[in-house]
Design a protein around this ligand. Sequence first.
Ligand code: ZN
Length: 293
Amino acid sequence: MFRKINLLALLLVMTMTVTAQAKMKALIIEGQNNHGVWPKTTQMMKGYLEATGLFSVEIVTTSKSGTDPDFAPVFADYDVVVSNYNGAPWPEVTQKSFIDYIKAGGGFVVVHAANNAFGNWKEYNEAIGLGGWGGRNEKSGPYIYVNAAGKLIRDTTPGRGGNHGAQHPFIVTIRDRKHPVTKGMPGQWLHEKDELYDLLRGPAENMTVLATAYGSKEFGGTGRHEPMIFTVDYGKGRVFHTPMGHGIYSQECVGFITTLQRGVEWAATGKVTQKIPKDFPTVDKVSKRPSGK
Ligand code: ZN
């Protein structure tokens, strides 16, 4: 009898160990950002990823300003890397190891102002597809938007890259309902108040637009359907990119949370095993989960 119990206990411990080991490893990069809320949003995103039960999450923080000579994560140790970083260039050796990591099949996730970083880093811009500010212009690549007929437009008109109007809640329109990240989401849902990034530009190669948001002129937008959830195939790697997530309130949106959780899983594995939560927003009602202080 004792033996049986011991055996069961051993099996239980083994199962738990296997489960723990089966968690994927995610790394969030932070340390410099023109968004002062970054220490909080990093913690929020860490919590969202851990809540899936799929990830163990580590955070790496650079020096507060300038190129951090000691910033050298071993990217290859992770299944997916999430950037909440918008600051000085990384050391060259780190830049190279980062690109090598994605090209070899690593996952990368770009959130909001992380696409403002590194305007002059060619490979980074190839990986993220589109970016804004940081000196970006027609040399960075075309503007990308979806026209009224639903066609993806590559617009090479000269001009700066990166802009947004006044913050407001806006509707996200799913353009690809079969992709693992957006499958099962309502065709349109209302995102909590955020900056609606427009006029992003970049190489936009091997890019798939999964969702757009209409930049209403009433709020200073472009009058175009701007990419709001998209992916880039880069080498053997998968890049997931959402320009959403300006404020704490924006990242409390269940639409943002779900998009992040699913996007990170997809970047890590190419699949999504998570269900769309019951409190997901509808087209006329935002849904938030308070993040506390
Ligand atoms: Zn912002």
